[in-house]
Every structure is written in structure tokens, then in C-alpha cells.
Write a protein that binds this ligand. Structure first.
Ligand SMILES: Cc1cc2nc3c(=O)[nH]c(=O)nc-3n(C[C@H](O)[C@H](O)[C@H](O)COP(=O)(O)O)c2cc1C
Length: 238
């Protein structure tokens, strides 16, 4: 064996050992190693948003970190999906609201294909909620109002823009944030037209209550009505 081959063999052995260690870690991790609440699917609210609010409120009360952060999945025009975390801005009778830059990847994907999915997971209670439906863009005033309620850092980030573009040099980011902070110091209401509020109007919302014995309870709400939504509830096999 040459010295080069010996190095390669040692590197491979180290990689294999690291992989074995990783698999050992995965094998030792557990889900729901703590008591989970029960969930009676009888007598649930007629529409899904109140149950969602109850579950989020209960997760927050139980100390679940960032219970208002959900994964948002969009797809490009070829149907290739892309997911990322988003902060929930509201959930009301119309649907689930979030905000972002319309120039970002998600903004462009939503522009080309308006269907999306949101996913909430609260490990503390073993609860998952899946939401899907078309997304609409709220008017510019809604975006401005949303941004006005955010922290100075968040406003500067929005104003600097360029979310999801390739960042050629770290210094470019520092310079853009510096410029944005300066502009906001001069005028805290500096508009950021690309910052928009989005509304996902659900056609389906599924509530999943995990159970240690794997007899999970799944209840799906399906929208059946038109302008005045009606909801059908059905149980799903776990
Ligand atoms: C917990 C958490 C919350 C986030 N909330 C938001 C948000 O409300 N709006 C937003 O534009 N990006 C948010 N982000 C950043 C996004 O996950 C993502 O990196 C960014 O929006 C770019 O996504 P895109 O390339 O798919 O457009 C959040 C990230 C995390 C980890």
C-alpha cells in the first residue's frame, strides 16, 4: 500500500466509525417517552381553527419552545417541493396567515403555484397538525401593518431584502443591514413593498394525537362548502 492509499483507508474507516456512531445515536433516540394527553374525537368543534388554537395554546402553556413556528411547504412549477419554517402571524376563520418577502423563493413559488401546506408539531404533547390549501397574497397595506409590528432587526432584514438570493460575500450582508438600519433610523416607516402577508385558506386540516401504543388518533377536517365553508370530519387509520 502506498502512503496515499493508507491515508484513504484510514479516512474511510473513520467515516464508517462516525456513521456507526450516528446510527447508534438514532437507534437510541425515542419519541413520546413521556405521558401524552388523550384526545376524544367526539364532539370536536365544527371547524378546525378553534381546535388548532387550543392545541397551540396548550403547547405554549406546557413550555413547548416556539409553538407558533410551522413548516411551510411550497412547490415550484414542476411540482418539486421545498419546505422551511415560518412564524405564524394569525389563525382565524379565514385561515392561517404568515408573512415574508414576495421576492424570496417561497414567494416566487407561491406566485407560480398557489397551493401549499403548513405543518405544526408539538412534541410535548405528541401532536401534529397538517394544513393544506390555496394561498392568497393580502394587499400591500396588510404587509405594511405586519412589518410595523415587527422588531427593528426584523424590519431591517426585510428592508435589506434579497432573501434566498446567493450571498457572494458576508460583508455584503453587513453593509446591506447597516444601510437598512440607517434608513429605518431616519424614517421608521420606510416602506418595504416586497414584505407581504399571505393567507392559506385550508381545504384540509388534520389533527394527529400520538399515542405510545401507536394507536394514534387522527381526525381530518375536509372543507365541503363553498363561500360559507362547511367541514366534514373523518377519522383516519394511524
Ligand atoms: C423558527 C423560524 C421561523 C421563521 N419565520 C420566518 C417568517 O415568519 N418569515 C420568513 O420570511 N422567514 C422565516 N424564517 C426563515 C425561513 O425558514 C427561510 O429561511 C426564509 O424565509 C427563506 O425561505 P425561502 O428560500 O424558501 O423563501 C424562519 C426560520 C425559522 C427557523
Amino acid at each position: 500500500m502506498t502512503g496515499h492509499e493508507t491515508d484513504e483507508a484510514a479516512e474511510e474507516a473513520a467515516e464508517e466509525a462516525a456513521h456507526r456512531e450516528f446510527l447508534r445515536l438514532l437507534g437510541g433516540l425515542r419519541i413520546w417517552n413521556h405521558p401524552l394527553p388523550g384526545f376524544d374525537p367526539v364532539g370536536l368543534p365544527a371547524e378546525p381553527v378553534s381546535l388548532f388554537r387550543t392545541w397551540l395554546t396548550e403547547a405554549a402553556a406546557a413550555g413547548c419552545p416556539e409553538p407558533h413556528c410551522l413548516a411551510l411547504t411550497t412547490a415550484d412549477t414542476e411540482g418539486r417541493p421545498s419546505a422551511r419554517m415560518m412564524t405564524l402571524a394569525d389563525a382565524d376563520a379565514r385561515g392561517w396567515h404568515f408573512a415574508s418577502l414576495e421576492t424570496s423563493r417561497k414567494g416566487q413559488e407561491l406566485d407560480g403555484r398557489r397551493h401549499a401546506a403548513l405543518l405544526a408539531y408539538w412534541p410535548v404533547h405528541g401532536r401534529q397538525v397538517r394544513i393544506r390549501g390555496p394561498v392568497t397574497l393580502a394587499d400591500a397595506a396588510a404587509g405594511a401593518a405586519d412589518l410595523a409590528g415587527r422588531s427593528p432587526g426584523a424590519r431591517a432584514a426585510a428592508l435589506a431584502g434579497r432573501q434566498s438570493e446567493v450571498l457572494a460575500r458576508r460583508e455584503d450582508l453587513a453593509a446591506a443591514y447597516g444601510t437598512a438600519r440607517g434608513a429605518l433610523a431616519d424614517d421608521p416607516r420606510t416602506p418595504v413593498p416586497a414584505w407581504r402577508r399571505y393567507l392559506l385558506e385550508p381545504d384540509e386540516v388534520e389533527f394527529f394525537q400520538g399515542a405510545a401504543d401507536r394507536r394514534h388518533i387522527r381526525v381530518r377536517y375536509r372543507r365541503t362548502g363553498g363561500a360559507r365553508p362547511q367541514w366534514t370530519q373523518e377519522l383516519l387509520w394511524p
